[in-house]
Write a protein that binds this ligand. Structure first.
Ligand SMILES: Cc1cc2nc3c(=O)[nH]c(=O)nc-3n(C[C@H](O)[C@H](O)[C@H](O)COP(=O)(O)OP(=O)(O)OC[C@H]3O[C@@H](n4cnc5c(N)ncnc54)[C@H](O)[C@@H]3O)c2cc1C
Length: 443
C-alpha cells in the first residue's frame, strides 16, 4: 500500500453538521480465514459502493462482499472537493475529432445523466441537504483560454447541446472575480464523504457484507473457471465474480489495465465566510468556478459557507514526505488570497490531499480484465469521477447481472500504457511543475 494522503478534509468535522463518512457504525472487521461470496467488490469508494448498491438492487439474492484496504470513503471519494458536473474524457472539440460527433454527443449526454442520477441518489439516500444544485462555470482570463473555450462552444453548438457561452459580465453577475468568458453547465456541489458514507449504509441495509483494513494482495485462479480467489493479509475470499474498484491502486496491484497514474491532488478550505462574501463568490446561484487552464485552481462554497479551493501542482504518488504537499497548499493559499478582497485575511482551516487515477488519454477504464471475464476493474476518472464513478458502478452491476449495457469509448479493459520506469518519474514531475507554472502565469 502507498502511504495515506495527508490532511483532513473539511467534510470530516469538527463541525457536527457534517456527516461522518460511515456514521457511528463500528468499523468493519478485517478478512479472516476462508470466505465466500457471489460477488466481491474490492474498494469502498463511490465506484465500488455504487456497484454493490446497484447489484443488490438488481438481484437481492446475491451474496455481495465489499472489502477495503481501510474502510468506506478512505480514498478519493471521501477527500474530493465535491464539484458534481458533466463532461468526461477530453474536451468536447477533441472528442468530436477522436470519436466522431455521434459518440461525442453520447459521451456528453451520458455525463449529464450521471450528474442527474447522483442528485437523485442524494435525495433517495437522505443526503440532499449537503447537495446543492446550481451551476458550474468553466472560465478563462487568457487569450489561449478564450480560443479553447470558443472551439468548445462551437462544438457544443454543432452537436446541438445546450452549453451557453458566458461573457465577462455574465460571469461577474455570478462570481465577483474577473474572467474574460466562460461556458455554463448545469451542475451541483455536494459533500462527497457524506454521499459515500450514505451509500455504504444503504448497501449494509440491503445485506451487503463489509470487511475493512484488508488490502488486496493478489488475485489467484480458483479451482474451477467459475471461481476467483482474492488474497488478503488475514485470509482469502473465493468468489464467482470480482470487481476491483481500487482506482489509483491499479498499478501497485499490477492489474493489466494499462497506465492509471496515481497523482496526489490538493485542496484547502476556509472558515465560514460572512454572508456578503458568500454572495460575491457564487452563493447566489450556487456557482462553482473552474479555470479552463489545466492545473489552475477551482473553487466552490460549501453549504455552511466555507470556500473550498482545489487544484495546483499534482504530485506523483507515492510521495516521500509531506514537504511537497506543504508547498502545494502554500501555493493554493496564495491563489485564494488573490481571488477576492474578502479572502485576504480569512482563516484557512483545512488542508488535505488525495489520490486520483489519471490515464494518458483522459478516458476512464471500465471493463473486465483481459482473459478474466468475471473480474472487472473500474477507475481512472482523472479527477472528475464524482458523477462518473457512480454511473460506472451502475453500468458494471448491469453487465454482471446479464444486461448488455450501451458501450462508450471508456468501456474498455485497459488504458494506453505509459512505460514509466523509475528514472522517468522526475521528468514527469517536472512536466507537471511546468504546467502549473503556466497556470500561474495565466492567472
Ligand atoms: C482532492 C480531490 C478533489 C477532487 N475533486 C473532485 C471534484 O470536485 N469533482 C469530481 O468529479 N471529482 C473529484 N475528485 C475525484 C473523485 O473524488 C474520484 O474520481 C472518485 O471519488 C473516484 O472514486 P473511486 O471509487 O474510483 O476511487 P476511491 O474513492 O479512491 O476508492 C478506491 C478505494 O479502494 C481502496 N483500495 C485501494 N487499494 C486497495 C487494495 N489493495 N485493497 C483493498 N482496497 C484498496 C481505497 O482504500 C479506496 O477506498 C477529487 C479527488 C481528490 C483526491
Amino acid at each position: 500500500m502507498t502511504r495515506p494522503p495527508a490532511g483532513r478534509p473539511c467534510w470530516r468535522g469538527p463541525d457536527p453538521a457534517m456527516t461522518a463518512p460511515s456514521g457511528d457504525e463500528p468499523a468493519p472487521p478485517p478478512a479472516r480465514g476462508l470466505l465466500e461470496a457471489d460477488v466481491t467488490v474490492v474498494g469502498a469508494g463511490l465506484a465500488g459502493l455504487s456497484t454493490a448498491y446497484h447489484l443488490a438492487e438488481r438481484d437481492p439474492s446475491l451474496d455481495i462482499l465489499v472489502v477495503d484496504a481501510e474502510g468506506p470513503a478512505a480514498g478519493a471519494s471521501g477527500r474530493g472537493t465535491g464539484l458534481l458536473g458533466p463532461r468526461v474524457g477530453p474536451p468536447v472539440d477533441q472528442a468530436v475529432r477522436r470519436f466522431g460527433p455521434d459518440t461525442a454527443r453520447r459521451m456528453y449526454t451520458a455525463s449529464v445523466e450521471a450528474v442527474e442520477q447522483v442528485i437523485e441518489l442524494c435525495a433517495r439516500l437522505g443526503v440532499a441537504t449537503s447537495c446543492r444544485t446550481g451551476e458550474q462555470v468553466v472560465a478563462t482570463r487568457t487569450a489561449d483560454g478564450l480560443a479553447t473555450l470558443a472551439r468548445q462552444a462551437a462544438a457544443y453548438r454543432e452537436l446541438g447541446l445546450d452549453v451557453p457561452a458566458l461573457s465577462a459580465a455574465d460571469i461577474r453577475d455570478r462570481v465577483d472575480v474577473p474572467f474574460h468568458a466562460g461556458l455554463l453547465y448545469r451542475a451541483a456541489t455536494l459533500d462527497p464523504a457524506a454521499l459515500t458514507g450514505a451509500l455504504a449504509r444503504a448497501c449494509a441495509a440491503k445485506g451487503v457484507r463489509f470487511l475493512g483494513n484488508s488490502p488486496l494482495l493478489a488475485l489467484r485462479p480458483g479451482e474451477s473457471a467459475a471461481e476467483t480467489r482474492l488474497v488478503f493479509p488475514g485470509g482469502m475470499v473465493r468468489t464467482r465474480k470480482a470487481v476491483l474498484a481500487v482506482n489509483a491502486a491499479a498499478g501497485a496491484l499490477g492489474l493489466p489495465v494499462g497506465t492509471v497514474l496515481p497523482l496526489l491532488v490538493h485542496a484547502i478550505a476556509t472558515a465560514p465566510l460572512p454572508a456578503d462574501a458568500q454572495e460575491a463568490l457564487g452563493g447566489r446561484t450556487g456557482c462553482a468556478l473552474i479555470d479552463a487552464h489545466p492545473l489552475a485552481p477551482y473553487f466552490r462554497l460549501t453549504h455552511d459557507g466555507r470556500l473550498v479551493l482545489g487544484g495546483g501542482r499534482p504530485l506523483l504518488a507515492p510521495v516521500a514526505d509531506d514537504s511537497g504537499s506543504a508547498a502545494v497548499w502554500r501555493g493554493l493559499e496564495e491563489r485564494l488570497r488573490g481571488l477576492h478582497p474578502a479572502l485576504a485575511e480569512v482563516e484557512v482551516t483545512h488542508r488535505w490531499a488525495g489520490q486520483i487515477g489519471m490515464t494518458t488519454d483522459g478516458l476512464p477504464v471500465v471493463g473486465p480484465l483481459a482473459d478474466r471475464p468475471d473480474v472487472w476493474y473500474l477507475g481512472g476518472c482523472c479527477g472528475h469521477g464524482l458523477a462518473m464513478s457512480v454511473a460506472h458502478g451502475a453500468h458494471v452491476a448491469k453487465a454482471l447481472t446479464g444486461d448488455v449495457p450501451d458501450r462508450l469509448p471508456w468501456h474498455r479493459s485497459r488504458a494506453p500504457r505509459l512505460p514509466l520506469p523509475r528514472p522517468a518519474r522526475p521528468l514527469l514531475g517536472a512536466a507537471l511543475g511546468l504546467m502549473e507554472r503556466g497556470a500561474r502565469r495565466a492567472a
